[in-house]
Design a protein around this ligand. Structure first.
Ligand code: NAD
Length: 481
């Protein structure tokens, strides 16, 4: 007998959704059987179907935003921006498909030509995270469908309702039900899907721990495409600037947007020693003014809760560990309601901790490191196994050049937050943040593979050397010197 999966609203604890755990074998069989017919349709058929999906998302925008806000706890205004990204993804992906995977013909002599075209992989599994339950899986699903793949989408077990709604919208727009399958389940379902011989690849967004496990699982299957979008321990460096107030605003946005639950949030503020006190005073004041509250509250909050009590407990514990290891508290991370996962922004100076843990603390917790030289700032920025986003605030064009050249990350910004990346650019990281298959504009690259063909309208062949006049077998013995 199969079990149910339940989801709850983080802000209230109320049950939001329940659904049956999926039968993985059956879902994979359906998606596998469906993809050749979908792939055989003209690409314009697929893109028009997805344009209808974008229209439906826009028409249904308020309900979808409401569901995202309820299921993730993110403020309604932010959920609305996620819905906008979902709808905009279609045009961006159509453009990316044309630009990144175009058909090419290279004409040769005498009617010979070389052609480059792209083919879909087949049935692709998409595993989604909870923090952007619609936008991020959608960033794999839409390009995968445009390229002609079928999709098995397993949303996070914490946000199945949004996943189910996304799939309904795709079906409603005309994507055949067999071509996009909703797979309900937790990590076990993810593991089973990843291990299934019937999938042709897996497109993952989630934590480095899971991504590494998946990478290991595919180690002996080089023929399957695996795209891993993982977390970060992202640095934001503040250097010479007279505009401390704006620098503080960028730091606060980088660290606390989405209650620190974006992969691109800044986790580590690296600041020039002689600027630190002034900057930190501003950051502390501004962080203290951020409204933490229910996603639908009025006035609107800046931050909602983190995803669940377990996440809030883990973050509180991490803050206490940093404190007990010698961290100096700048602003305590507090939990105004002991029963719900609301956290106020926490800021802690960890300069004195010699062995700082290189882990992604996925919540509103900013660690501060003071440095004396720009070289030390870059060394600190790179003092991580991750490499997702990094930002320099202040400095000069020369310092930015140096930062850009030496920072190891897939997103490197200047005077801009670490987060809020454009979907019109590639998005991905190095090190533990990704496996060099960036998503967003470059998702087209991993949704299809190139096929090179040498072609001629007429048969034409000749052997120009090494032939004798008759066909009597004879060994040539004379050696050439
Ligand atoms: P997670 O790794 O816990 O889960 C992601 C998905 O993988 C879920 O669907 C989950 O059920 C599934 N899963 C879990 N264990 C699995 C296993 N062993 N095998 C197969 N599937 C498994 O991630 P999360 O907590 O939902 O999301 C937050 C994380 O995602 C953060 O680390 C964040 O930085 C990262 N993230 C990265 C990006 C990016 O684009 N790089 C974007 C958003 C979030």
């Amino acid at each position: 007998m199969s079990e149910d999966l339940l989801s709850f609203e983080p802000a209230t604890g109320a049950e939001l959704w329940r659904g049956r755990i999926s039968d993985i074998d059956a879902e994979v069989a359906t998606a596998r059987a469906a993809w050749p017919a979908w792939a055989a349709k003209p690409v314009t058929f697929r893109t028009e179907t997805l344009r209808r999906f974008a229209d439906r998302v826009k028409a249904d925008g308020e309900q979808l935003a409401d569901l995202i806000a309820r299921e993730t706890g993110k403020p309604l205004w932010e959920a609305r921006t996620e819905v906008e990204s979902v709808a905009n993804k279609v045009d961006i992906s159509i453009k990316a498909y044309a630009e990144r995977t175009p058909n090419r013909r290279i004409e040769g002599a005498m009617g010979l030509r070389n052609a480059v075209r792209h083919k879909p992989h087949g049935a692709l599994a998409v595993l989604g995270p909870y923090n952007f339950p619609a936008h991020l899986p959608n960033g794999h699903i839409v390009p995968a469908l445009i390229a002609g793949n079928s999709v098995l989408f397993k949303p996070s077990e914490k946000t199945p309702a949004v996943g189910a709604r996304l799939v309904e919208l795709l079906h409603g727009a005309g994507v055949p039900e067999e071509v996009v399958r909703l797979v309900i389940g937790g990590p076990d379902a993810g593991k089973a899907l990843a291990a299934h011989p019937g999938i042709d690849g897996l497109l993952f967004t989630g934590s480095a721990r899971t991504g590494v496990a998946i990478n290991r699982q595919f180690a002996d299957q080089p023929g399957k495409i695996v795209a891993l979008e993982m977390g970060g321990n992202n640095p934001i460096v503040v250097w010479d600037t007279a505009d401390i107030a704006t620098a503080a605003t960028i730091v606060v946005q980088s660290a606390f947007l989405s209650a620190g639950q974006r992969c691109s949030n800044a986790r580590r503020l690296i600041v020039k020693q002689d600027l630190a006190d002034r900057l930190l005073a501003e950051v502390k004041t501004l962080a203290g003014r951020l409204i933490v509250g229910h996603p639908h509250a009025d006035p609107a909050p800046y931050m909602g809760p983190v995803i669940d009590n377990e996440a809030a407990d883990g973050l509180t514990e991490s803050f206490l560990i940093l404190m007990s290891n010698g961290g100096q508290v700048i602003r305590h991370m507090t939990r105004p309601d002991a029963n719900r996962p609301f956290l106020t922004p926490g800021i802690i100076d960890v300069t004195a901790i010699p062995e700082r843990p290189d882990i992604e603390l996925f919540g509103p917790l900013l660690q501060v490191i003071r440095v004396d030289s720009f070289e030390a700032a870059i060394a600190e920025a790179n003092n991580t196994a991750f490499g997702l986003s990094a930002a320099l605030i202040g400095g000069t064009p020369q310092l930015y050049d140096q930062f850009w050249a030496n920072a190891r990350a897939g997103v490197i910004n200047w005077n801009r937050p670490t987060n809020g990346a454009s979907s019109a650019a590639p998005f991905g990281g190095v090190g533990l943040s990704g496996n060099h298959r960036p998503s967003a504009f470059y998702a087209a690259d991993y949704c299809a593979y190139p096929v090179a063909s040498s072609e001629s309208d007429a048969l034409r062949a000749s052997i120009g050397v090494g032939l004798r006049d008759d066909d009597t077998p004879k060994l040539v013995t004379k050696k050439y010197l």
